[in-house]
Design a binder for this molecule. Structure first.
Ligand SMILES: Nc1ncnc2c1ncn2[C@@H]1O[C@H](COP(=O)(O)OP(=O)(O)OP(=O)(O)O)[C@@H](O)[C@H]1O
Ligand SMILES: [Mg+2]
Length: 289
């Protein structure tokens, strides 16, 4: 079997773990970066399975994005792509919000817009009703650019802030969300092919963002109470390998915050002892056409 790990971060520990595990099992595993590829494809690009190991679409120029999407479509003709191309293409917080809404699953009140006046009105409405507001980039990850508005400002100040935010983090699109008062932790469920294979509880007394990359502590979470929700969400957004983040609110509801298309798992391995990379290779091997 041939496995290609397609990534613009070849040095990611997750990439190395999966490649190493695959090779240990006699799978021919190759790490390929977008800049190693030329189209039309040659036989050298042929593989049974293509694992997309990092966010190759959302941190590049629009033309690079189109080119990389073309590469994914070529891979899709030649073998099986994981995550599925449609899932990768749809991956954004905005898509998740609309999916959760159509399924009636709990999600904080959210607005997605390019319009600064609409963003202002939404933020002002939440702040006026005593709630805080979280602003996030549509597609970034690791808590980068996730900020909280927690005090009422004058219209001028708030508009000024939103304009600054848009320039520095938003890249033209506002994703605004009501802040959910919570129990001080969130739960990451790691889903592979419709099953939860690991869970961690993340907390950070020093930050409202419970991202491990920002210093949050991760520990194993033994209960399966959120598994069904996580599996439903992963299926709804078309992801075979996904990290589903669930925030238990003080109101007793479990809010879905994120369906991550490229979930890291080194902290999860450390917290649970579950060899996630081995489970991923099990799954990739099962896909051979
Ligand atoms: N609406 C919210 N209410 C309360 N806390 C929130 C809210 N949104 C985000 N947070 C906190 O901020 C953290 C980061 O937010 P989020 O997971 O949405 O973005 P991200 O981690 O940057 O993206 P990704 O999960 O794709 O890596 C969450 O783990 C959570 O702790
Ligand atoms: Mg997150």
């Amino acid at each position: 079997m041939k496995l290609t790990i397609f990534t613009d971060e070849p040095a990611l520990p997750e990439v190395r773990l999966i490649a190493g595990e695959a090779r240990r099992r006699g799978i021919e595993a190759k790490i390929l970066a977008p800049w190693d590829v030329s189209l039309p494809p040659t036989r050298e690009l042929e593989s049974d399975v293509y694992y997309i190991g990092s966010n190759i679409l959302n941190r590049v120029s629009p033309l690079e994005l189109l080119h990389r999407l073309q590469i994914l479509r070529v891979f899709d003709e030649m073998g099986v792509v994981v995550n599925p191309v449609e899932g990768i293409l749809n991956y954004s917080k905005g898509h998740l919000t609309l999916k959760l809404r159509s399924l009636g699953l709990p999600h904080p009140e959210t607005l997605i817009t390019e319009n600064v006046e609409m963003a202002y009105r939404f933020a002002a409405h939440l702040l006026d009703s005593g709630r805080n507001v979280v602003l996030k980039p549509l597609c970034r990850g690791r808590g980068v650019g996730v900020v909280m508005l927690d005090r009422i400002r004058s219209r001028r100040d708030l508009l000024q802030f939103l304009t600054w935010y848009n320039r520095v983090h938003g890249q033209g699109v506002f994703y605004l969300q009501e802040y959910i008062p919570n129990r001080g932790y969130d739960i990451r469920c790691f889903v592979i092919d419709g099953e939860v294979i690991g869970r961690e509880k993340r907390s950070n007394p020093g930050d409202f963002r419970y991202n491990v990359s920002l210093g949050a502590r991760a520990e194993a979470f033994q209960e399966s109470i959120y598994d069904e929700l996580a599996m439903e969400v992963a299926g709804a957004v078309g992801l075979k390998i996904a990290g589903i983040d669930i925030l238990p609110g003080l109101d007793g509801r479990a809010y879905v915050l994120e369906a991550n298309c490229y979930p890291g798992f080194t902290a999860l391995i450390k917290a649970t002892g579950t060899p996630i990379h081995e489970r991923i290779v099990d799954y990739l091997r099962s896909l051979r056409r």
